[in-house]
Design a protein around this ligand. Structure first.
Ligand code: IFM
Length: 765
């Protein structure tokens, strides 16, 4: 039977690509750092990485990307003088497990070497309580007596995509604690890693600076266990102590506490995360495991408290996509946090507030220059855009292709504004608005007003020369998604102004003065009314993705792909094969219909789903969840399930292209993970919430007996269990007030500490 809390692999594949994909599947992280799912004895060649959240560096003209720290988790056994590694020692058996319950990674490998059988086992976790800390328990057993050496310490040989980011590596010893400190190339800031072990056996000597060698005569059949603590601190951490001292101190403290205490505290944190965020699917173990794994991916990447960091497009699995934050976060990941773990949603949103100045700089300097906040397509720690104008390499010519992701994908500002407002609507907490959120919203509206074009003869505003979510069609006019997002931004700006004027008049006046925006507010009201959004055709219900889309060549995805000359060839940009055709990269109109679901009828949703689905290549991992959610909404549950499983399994099975053009893109896909949660809860669970109530209109997949999830709403928490013919809602005892639920159209207020069951025939029990 499948254990949906564990991901287990029973073989070791000794090829670089499998090692790379497993590194993603089995990664652990704690919001501060990620540690790829590689074996203890592996190094840079096997793409070991300890990737640091929010710490960026640039070398020369290469792409800026997150910094990988020296690997404090390194350990290798040496038997009778020979180093043991799964790469070049005979592996008799191997298994590795990722425990989702507490984000720990275990491996056990049985080797045959020099006529002896050696078993190596280890278990590692990155503390959820003390995010700078990693803890490993490592053991070795040999069936015959042998001279064993354990080489353990900090591996300073780092895998980088565009490095080396760390220079001037220095090793020190602080009594029994090893310390490696290094300096980043761009900001000259210190990254320090300390490591200490608890192992009562053998003689210890330095072998290679940052590694120590413990030698002993091993008895036949006896297991020797070592505990290892490592800590990473950097000058980017904003703490009082110097990074090196802090790292040594963290290790010293953890050693004094011991493995069990560190693990117990870590486990408690994880128990709380799952209490808040788990979703249980009864009757479908494959779906259960895939969904839990997706949720796990979001939880390990979630920023640590107070960091004001966000989650990048490949989370903490490495340096892919420059470690940058895209619209992925607001549109695909944030809903999960907002509905289950709002304190993490706050960090994600604070990141956008923190980087508002970068968005302002981008507005001023991009193209002819605009006003307000033009959020970066690829945002790093300052909010300035990390995306280059030639962002994809052509594998055929090896030349970089001009892409317009950076200068024309303007919907990101509206995505941010919508996210900011969603937080306010669903939590009722206006503190974020007052602490910069309202400023973000007004500046985004200001940006769109300066970008929009007023077409006098049609008496409407238009948004010209953009890229919508579908990146294969660049520089298009009146993209439905973009226009709708811009319109919503104006509406939200107006609502924000109205809310603040009524409820916080002093703060409102101060903000208006600070931004000198008073004259512009009436223009936003006008724009909200007069901004053109392509309407569904009255006969077919179809919405044209952008002007002229319906005139493009109709072809199938298969026909198009058959024309490729190189497997990694990019289908968009300039002369890309998809450019003259109706083939789209990812959900675009369908994405809009999900985001603005209340504004369109079921018939329109179905018609557009059916039209765009065969034309969507799903060349982005963001795409399948949008098709899953919409199909669930209009009742095509089998198809919805297929797309749900596609999004939920992408990282579990690591089935994705690892090159786009010449760019390495292998890593995890937190947007798809967020999409899996949305497809389950919004799609099959039929949940949609606004400032007045939570609506639940379930359409459970036929193989599911029930779907149970938690919802955070207005500061209160609820557990919802959806069965085929009934919904049960339980309000936590500590809830502040009764909250309005509407189930299958029937009002069902849920009071603190109470449960209610609503039957499909609308009887409330
Ligand atoms: O944000 C996405 C985009 O929509 C498609 N290309 C990859 C980006 C990062 O996931």
């Amino acid at each position: 039977m499948r254990d949906s809390w564990k991901i287990t692999g029973e073989t070791f594949s000794n090829d670089t690509e499998s090692i790379m994909r497993n590194g993603n599947i089995y990664q652990i992280a704690n919001g501060y750092m990620g540690y790829r799912g590689t074996l203890d004895e592996f190094g840079a060649e096997e793409r070991v990485a300890v990737t640091l959240a929010g710490v960026f560096d640039r070398v020369g003209d290469a792409w800026r990307e997150p910094v990988n720290a020296p690997n404090g988790g390194f350990t290798q056994v040496i038997i009778d003088g020979e180093p043991v590694s799964a790469r070049h020692t005979a592996v008799l058996r191997h298994s590795q497990t990722l425990n989702l319950r507490n984000a720990s990674f275990e491996r056990e490998t049985v080797y045959k070497t020099r006529g002896k059988t050696v078993t190596i086992a280890s278990s590692r976790f990155l503390s959820a309580q003390h995010p700078n800390l990693g803890v490993i328990r490592y053991s070795v057993r040999c069936d015959k007596a042998a001279d064993l050496g354990i080489s353990t310490g900090i591996d300073g040989n780092i895998w980088d995509l565009n490095g080396p980011h760390l220079g001037d590596l220095r090793t020190e010893r602080h009594e029994d604690i090893l310390l490696v400190s290094a300096v980043t190339s761009e900001a000259s800031k210190i990254v320090a890693v300390a490591e200490g072990i608890a192992f009562g056996v053998g003689r210890e000597r330095d072998c290679d600076g940052s590694l120590r060698l413990v030698e002993f005569a091993a008895e036949a059949g006896k297991t020797y266990s070592l505990t290892k603590f490592f800590a990473v601190h950097t000058e980017f951490d904003r703490i009082g102590l110097a990074a090196a001292d802090a790292a040594v101190e963290s290790v010293r403290r953890a050693k004094a506490l011991g493995y069990d205490a560190c693990l117990a505290a870590h486990n408690d944190c994880w128990a709380e995360k799952w209490r808040l965020c788990d979703v249980a699917i009864e009757g479908d173990e494959a779906a259960q495991q895939a969904l839990r794994y997706s949720i796990f991916q979001l939880l390990i990447a979630a920023p640590i408290a107070g960091s004001q960091n966000s989650i990048s497009a490949r989370a903490l699995s490495g340096q892919v996509y420059k470690g940058a934050i895209f619209w992925d976060t607001e549109m695909f990941m944030l809903p999960f946090f907002l509905h289950t773990y709002p304190e993490k949603a706050v960090e994600l949103l604070r990141y956008r507030i923190r980087t508002l100045d970068g968005a302002r700089r981008k507005a001023l300097t991009e193209g002819a220059g605009f006003k307000g906040a033009f959020y970066a397509w690829e945002s790093q720690e300052t909010g300035d855009d990390a995306c280059t104008y030639f962002n994809i390499g052509d594998p055929l010519t090896k030349r970089d292709l001009r892409t317009h992701f950076r200068d024309k994908q303007v919907h990101v500002s509206g995505d941010v504004a919508i996210a900011m407002w969603e937080y306010f609507k669903l939590t009722g907490d206006d503190s974020l608005l007052l602490q910069g959120g309202a400023e973000v919203i007004l500046e985004c509206a200001r940006f769109y007003y300066s970008y929009a074009y007023f077409k006098k003869d049609k008496n409407r505003y238009e948004i010209l020369d953009v890229i919508g979510p579908d990146e294969y069609h660049e520089r298009v006019n009146n993209n439905a998604f973009t226009n709708m997002v811009a319109k919503a931004t104006f509406e939200i700006a107006n609502a924000t102004a109205e809310y603040l004027a009524q409820n916080h008049p002093k703060a409102f006046r101060a903000l208006i003065d600070k931004l000198a925006i008073a004259q512009e507010l009436p223009l936003f009201v006008d724009a909200a009314k007069l901004l053109y959004v392509p309407e569904p055709d009255p006969k077919t219900g179809l919405i044209e993705q952008f002007e002229g889309y319906f005139n493009l060549t109709d072809t199938t995805i298969e026909e198009l792909k058959a024309k490729k000359i190189h497997p990694d060839e990019y289908l968009g940009a300039g002369q890309g094969l998809a450019v003259p055709t109706k083939v789209i990269k990812q959900a675009d109109v369908v994405m809009m219909l999900n985001l603005f679901k209340d504004r369109y009828s079921k018939e329109v949703k179905r018609a557009n789903w059916e039209y765009y689905e065969p034309r969507t290549e799903h060349g982005s991992s963001l795409s399948p969840c949008a098709y899953a959610m919409l199909a669930a909404e209009f009742g095509n549950l089998d198809v919805a399930y297929r797309y749900f499983m596609k999004t939920a399994k992408i990282d579990l099975e690591a089935r994705y292209n690892i090159y786009v053009g010449t760019t390495f893109t292998g890593g995890s896909h937190p947007a798809a993970n967020g999409g899996a949660w949305m497809a389950a809860v919004f799609g099959f669970g039929g949940v949609s919430a606004d400032e007045t109530h939570v609506a639940i209109a379930p359409r459970l997949y036929r193989n599911w007996k029930s779907l149970r999830f938690n919802l955070a709403y207005k500061g209160d928490s609820f557990t919802v269990t959806v069965a085929q013919d009934a919904v049960e809602i339980t309000g936590a005892a500590g809830n502040a007030a009764a909250r309005s639920f509407v189930v299958w159209g029937e009002a069902a207020p849920c009071a603190p500490g109470k449960s209610l069951v609503i039957k499909r025939d609308k009887k409330v029990a």
